[in-house]
Design a protein around this ligand. Structure first.
Ligand code: HEM
Length: 418
């Protein structure tokens, strides 16, 4: 057995006992510690202290695994024996009853595929998300950001930062990416708001999804007709992707890029407001912004449920016997707080070099939009904080509600004044 340097004690123990290290069987914890809404549920640290990969009881009774150690997380996400395909996949938390059956997802949602199918999609798509391509978007992202901040300033405050800034910025950037005509953007935003709102009814969701589907299909038809310089136009001109695949790709960009960036923008601002020393350090030296983005990504790890994988065969991993069909959930918040990966892992320190975090995942499925996400966060935080030097919460912290039971962690609303 190979030892990762980060897990010598447990692996040595497995060697000594000549077999797997038994771990406590747990349900997936979701409750955050009282007082610190930024820390992952305490049960993850207990699990990690036993072993970086331990037993997890899924809501339907399935006995699978949860990964809480940083190197083990990288190991699972980089190993294609842990499949991303839907058959057998299950969530470690109970989701909405009418969640779509993953086996009927449209083709092109390549986050749910394995090589070689996955490799093909990545090859076709990733050249549109390189650092260079994303840097070309910087002036436009700045313009969109400034427009939202102008509106906040005109309003005078207090405003809910989620509604006024954190939701619209990624929605506008995505609208640009998909070349959505200006006239259709308000309608698109309404649909997206309904889709991602907790208070939407099933009927409202269904109507919004139908609306988004129709808009995407229109965009694909326009791209076929015009073959313009935008993403869909280029994909039509350069690839043989079918309309269904283009639809799946576009839908995935929406699902993957909106909630994540929105919650990072709002929760990151909240975290800075709750850590005045860190905020002051950033305000004193804006060259710290990229490091601050990296550290906030690590510290907050908003993707709190999953990535989820299914073992495609029997094998031993980190000394544990993995059986074909067993489901493995990687806890990114837990891995990013692994003390073997980061000194003082539970401390927010914007000066640390948090480069090895897994907030964007790792391995073949590592976030394809990570440069774009980073750009939106860097431009978003810096512009917001520069525009409003006196930015502060407009309500007591006890009134800020956290998104505990949701796939993406964050705050429901963030009332601020300046
Ligand atoms: C700060 C914001 C973001 C975070 C925290 C984030 C996080 C993640 C994570 C953890 C994964 C891995 C999923 C897995 O392994 O199964 C992922 C995949 C992905 N993300 Fe992001 N993401 C962000 C922003 C974006 C943006 C802005 C886009 C595009 C516009 C995007 C597009 C994608 C795509 C296409 C995938 C699938 C990649 C694949 O399966 O090969 N993400 N993201």
């Amino acid at each position: 057995m190979t030892h990762s340097p980060e897990t010598p004690v447990v692996d040595a123990l497995a060697d000594a006992v000549g077999g797997p290290v038994p771990t406590t069987e747990r349900p997936f914890p979701t409750e955050r510690p009282a007082g610190c809404p930024f820390d992952p549920p305490a049960a993850f640290a207990e699990a990690r202290a036993e072993h970086p990969i331990s037993r997890l009881r899924y809501p339907d009774g399935h006995l699978g695994w949860v990964v809480t150690g940083l190197e083990a997380a990288r190991g699972v996400l980089g190993d294609i024996r842990f499949s991303s395909q839907p058959p057998g996949k299950r969530s470690p938390v109970i989701g909405p009853e009418d969640a779509p059956d993953p086996s009927v997802l449209p083709k092109g949602m390549f986050v749910n595929t394995d090589p070689p199918e996955h490799t093909r999609y990545r090859r076709l798509l990733s050249k549109h998300f390189t650092v260079r391509r994303v840097q070309e978007m910087r002036p436009r992202v700045q313009e969109l950001t400034d427009g939202l901040l102008d509106a906040m300033e005109r309003d005078g405050g207090p405003v809910d930062l989620v509604e006024a800034f954190a939701k619209p910025l990624p929605t506008l950037v995505t609208s640009d990416l998909l070349a959505l005509p200006e006239a259709e953007r308000p309608q698109f935003r309404e649909h997206v708001d309904v889709l991602f709102s907790l208070s939407s009814t099933g009927d409202e969701m269904a109507r919004a999804l139908t609306g988004v589907n129709a808009m995407l299909n229109e965009l694909i038809a326009a791209a076929r007709a015009n073959r313009g310089p935008d993403l869909l136009g280029r994909l039509v001109a350069e690839t043989e992707l079918t309309d269904e695949e283009l639809f799946g790709v576009s839908l995935m960009l929406l699902i993957a890029g909106l909630e994540t960036t929105t919650n990072m923008l709002a929760l990151g601002t909240y975290a800075l407001l709750r850590h005045p020393d860190q905020l002051a350090a950033l305000r004193a030296d804006w060259s710290l912004i990229d490091g601050a983005v990296e550290e906030l990504l690590r510290y907050l790890s908003v993707v709190q449920v999953g990535p989820i994988r299914v073992a495609a065969e029997d094998f031993t991993f980190e000394g544990q016997p993995i059986r074909k069909g067993e489901v493995v959930t990687v806890s990114l918040p837990a891995a990013n707080r692994d003390p073997l990966g980061f000194a003082d892992a539970d401390t927010l320190d914007i000066r640390r070099a948090a480069t090895r975090h897994v907030a964007f995942g790792s391995g073949p499925h590592q976030c394809m939009g990570h440069h774009l996400g980073r750009l939106e966060l860097a431009v978003g935080y810096e512009s917001l904080l520069r525009r409003f030097p006196g930015l502060e919460l407009a309500v007591p912290v006890e009134e800020i509600g956290n998104r505990e039971m949701m796939v993406t962690y964050g705050v429901h609303a963030l009332p601020v004044k300046w």
